[in-house]
Design a protein around this ligand. Sequence first.
Ligand code: CP3
Length: 358
Amino acid sequence: MTDLKNDLYLRTLRGEKVERTPIWVMRQAGRYLPEYRATRKQAGDFLTLCKTPELACEVTMQPIDRFGLDAAILFSDILTIPDAMGLELVLEEGVGPVFNKPIRSQADIDALGVPDAEDDLGYVMNAVRVIRQELNGRVPLIGFTGSPWTLASYMVEGSGSKDFRRIKGFMFESPKSAHQLLQIITDSVIEYLKAQVKAGAQSLMVFDTWGGMLSTENYQRFSLDYMAQIVSALKADAQCQDTPIVLFTKGGGQWLEMMADTGCDGLGLDWTVDIAQAKHRVGDRVVLQGNMDPVVMNTHAPQVSEQAMAVLNAYGTHEDQHKGHIFNLGHGIQPFAKPENMQALVQTVQTESGQFHP
Ligand code: CP3
């Protein structure tokens, strides 16, 4: 861990006093970058890109090389686990992810098994190993997973959804089966994250993209409890307990205290959360990550710098009673974002954030 040339991100996650605010950006490798589009074209399709470690490594490195971000994130997708469970993921142009074999019956759930992380998902672990080698200690590598609730949503809906009528109907009508499904996903996620750490991931993030669609009570039962199991399992594993875990529930700003109770190290905030209030709500328990509105990245450099300063100012000065701040957007950078705006963002955060770390 100490062979890192830039360990600002990990020191921040450990709650140490640092010289400035680290920055990385969700979906930092993606379609807004022409070099990403070129590599994807070379791969032929998105899944081949994910499943070819050398190409996954190439696109992981692109934003690091171009912008000098403070952390790299494994290039993959949250839907690798259901794909390995046999649901057959396809990414349809203009539609998004679709499963050929979605969960439609109790028999479908009974037939699911926990994928072997080194065998069925070996391409992900190989990508982690190739990327760590290529990074050569420049910046830390973030591994990730989808939350059980978010994965179950895609598995039951069969694709993205606006109203989540299948997964919510299933949750209300057959809660026992829903818990059975969530538990097998949770067991799979735990094995998957442990394998990522053993392969070289230096921190972990859980993307709960759809937890915010639930009522508070159902969020606790159907999303948060399973994320808490994941955190506990990782913290109980001798090889994983020092690897920080960040939980991100999009639309979950009202639940930060409960999320911090899981024992995670950090919380991702979407742009609707008042980061100044969040800082006081969580105190010294967790680091906060976020939370500029991603749409700002589609405008121009002056607006980007202005909004980045607004987030830095809102978090304010780093004091002992708070654990720290990692700059990020409140959700993934969009395909329409301008690469030069990423340059402006990184430059603003890296040159201006020192004043908040007296
Ligand atoms: O952050 C990174 O740079 C790492 C790579 C990453 C991807 N997906 C690459 C990707 C990560 C961390 C994800 C996570 C992911 N995938 C989430 C959780 C985060 C979030 O955005 O809320 C979700 C919900 C998915 C599922 C998924 N994968 C969707 C909805 C889509 C289609 C949407 C779109 O942007 O087209 C994907 C495909 C996908 N995953 C792309 C990328 C770069 C676009 C693929 C392409 O067309 O080249």
